[in-house]
Design a protein around this ligand. Structure first.
Ligand code: ADP
Ligand SMILES: N[C@@H](CCOP(=O)(O)O)C(=O)O
Length: 316
């Protein structure tokens, strides 16, 4: 669990009052996240989530918060940031930038079946289309420039075999990013971290996408690849799971069919998605931050996924 910053009852009570969200009844630190400090906040008006942003700055945050508002207004089930009486949705708590959103109903589905993967594919495509009218711009801050910057930092911690793989894959992704097919990929605001633990379900009914704090403008195909790499693999080996992947891809394409350049680059983007999370997990593992409760994610998982993606590309 990650509570990097402790929020007092007094501070939470004052914030709720400022946002006209009623009287504080309960404040509980949330287990599970690794980036931000999160609390469930209960008031006489309902249940909310208070997030204190530990890495993102007040300059970066409006992109995410207004994106969530934009998507919520377009009917996509995402948390809707609450405004104060001046209309501001970015607040300050304990000297850190903070937001309060509605708590989504449902639970994470950590052992998804094909029906769950189809629901994610369908809503992901709807979200991509709904994001077209969003005007703020911010790149994916965990994209290629960050990989190029971070790989040299983690390389000294790796075995020679791992370092070879990481270096070769980074070179491959730089090569892909310079290609005309890559330039032709459709793009827009993407979630970029839509893992099993960032989606809520009530049975097979999808009730929400959340944790938009890695979102950015990137290719829609990268977003789909991140989902395929998490929802549609055999967990132990990282191998592609044909039934679940087929369900996700069919549902996505029923809303937005893939373009020719996307079909051409799907394997490259699956590799990019695996590389992105291998690098960030290595970075979190070898250069950890202080947190009162924190469980780092296992970097070896995405090394396995990457090796699988290289050895067994999807057939067209
Ligand atoms: N809007 C929300 N509605 C319901 N639960 C939420 C919401 N936001 C966060 N959570 C809960 O908090 C946990 C951690 O949040 P997350 O955004 O993943 O943290 P982090 O940004 O640190 O990775 C989630 O697994 C989920 O249980
Ligand atoms: N999904 C990423 C880590 C990002 O953390 P989150 O808790 O904000 O989703 C991973 O699995 O490495």
């Amino acid at each position: 669990m990650a509570v990097f910053t402790k929020v007092s009852l007094k501070e939470a009570r004052e914030l709720l009052r400022r946002l006209h969200l009623g009287e504080l009844q309960k404040l509980r630190g949330i287990e599970g996240g690794i980036e931000n400090t999160n609390y469930f906040v209960t008031s006489d008006q309902g249940e909310f989530v208070l997030t204190l942003f530990e890495r993102l700055t007040a300059e970066q945050l409006p992109f995410y918060l207004h994106l969530m508002k934009h998507l919520a207004q377009a009917g996509i089930p995402v948390p809707d940031p609450r405004a104060d009486q001046r209309g501001a949705i970015l607040h300050t708590v304990c000297g850190k930038p903070a937001a309060v959103v509605n708590r989504l109903p449902g639970q994470s589905q950590l052992a998804p079946q094909a029906a769950h993967c189809a629901a994610v594919g369908d809503m992901l495509a709807r979200m991509h289309l709904a994001g077209r009218g969003y005007e703020r711009q911010q790149p994916n801050l965990r994209g290629l420039p960050w990989w190029n910057e971070t790989v040299p930092v983690v390389l000294p911690h790796l075995t020679p075999e791992q370092a070879d793989l990481l270096g070769a894959e980074l070179a491959y992704q730089n090569h892909i990013a310079a290609s005309s097919a890559y330039t032709a990929l459709p793009r827009g605001p993407v979630h970029a971290d839509l893992f099993r633990d960032n989606v809520m379900f009530d049975g097979e009914q999808l009730t929400g996408f959340f944790d938009f704090y890695f979102a950015g403008v990137d290719t829609w195909l990268f977003d789909l690849a991140v989902c395929l790499n998490d929802w549609c693999i055999d967990w132990a080996t990282g191998a592609h799971h044909a039934e679940r992947a087929g369900a996700m891809l069919r549902a996505y394409q029923a809303v937005r069919p893939l373009a020719a350049a996307e079909r051409q680059l799907i394997n490259a983007m699956l590799r990019a998605g695996a590389l992105r999370f291998w690098i960030s997990r290595l970075w979190d593992y070898y250069l950890p931050r202080e947190a009162s409760m924190l469980t780092p994610h296992d970097p070896a998982h995405f090394e396995r996924v990457l090796r699988q993606r290289i050895a067994h590309p999807l057939q067209a």
